[in-house]
Design a protein around this ligand. Sequence first.
Ligand code: AR6
Length: 205
Amino acid sequence: RDIRTIGELFRRGALRTAEKPVYSSQAGALNKVSLYQGDITTLQTDAVVNAANPSLLGGGGVDGAIHAAAGSQLLAECWTLGGCKTGDAKITGGYNLPARHVIHAVGPVYDAGNAETCATQLESCYRTGLRLAKENGCETVAFPSISTGIYGYPLRDATHIALNEVRRFVDSDVEDKIKRVVFVVFKDIDRSVYEELIPFYFPPV
Ligand code: AR6
């Protein structure tokens, strides 16, 4: 399998930084986000985040890809977790993945009549995912665009939430435990929305 380390991706230029160094004002918070287009299961970050469902027992989309690549031991561990509430996240091993851990975050099924609740739940996925990463000593974390596939969350709204929550977390991480957050996009349209919005949340110096 094509296993890529963060360093290797940087050298190849495949892992794009957020328009060069990121903040000037925040000590220790420089240049911490990247955008990568491709399959999250190939990334050798300390943790990859899964867009799971409340059963945590697998599904389609990125969830299916992660379970297929990690192997049946991942499913066996997931069986022990007793599911997960929407907006929450749980951590497991990465098994056959190059990543050490999988953080299973359960995003909301988008409901336009309940947009506020959906937004709060999606924010919570990113925040909880990052908190679990930090608590488990993960310095590099890759996030897919949670809820924007099968769960139908409008892409731009979801991207604003993802970027805003990561920015807030990085700002609050005064011990500088999280070294890099990789936003992983699959489709060209997702990539173009992230490319457009990243500079607003992580302005180039
Ligand atoms: N690597 C990175 N991103 C991917 C990959 C991949 N291998 N495959 C898909 N994406 P989705 P959701 C992108 O549908 O909307 C599952 O059945 C995809 O293009 O995977 O949160 C679960 O079990 C999209 O941008 O997750 C749940 O039941 C993003 O990942 C439900 O789907 C999320 O799309 C969760 O739906």
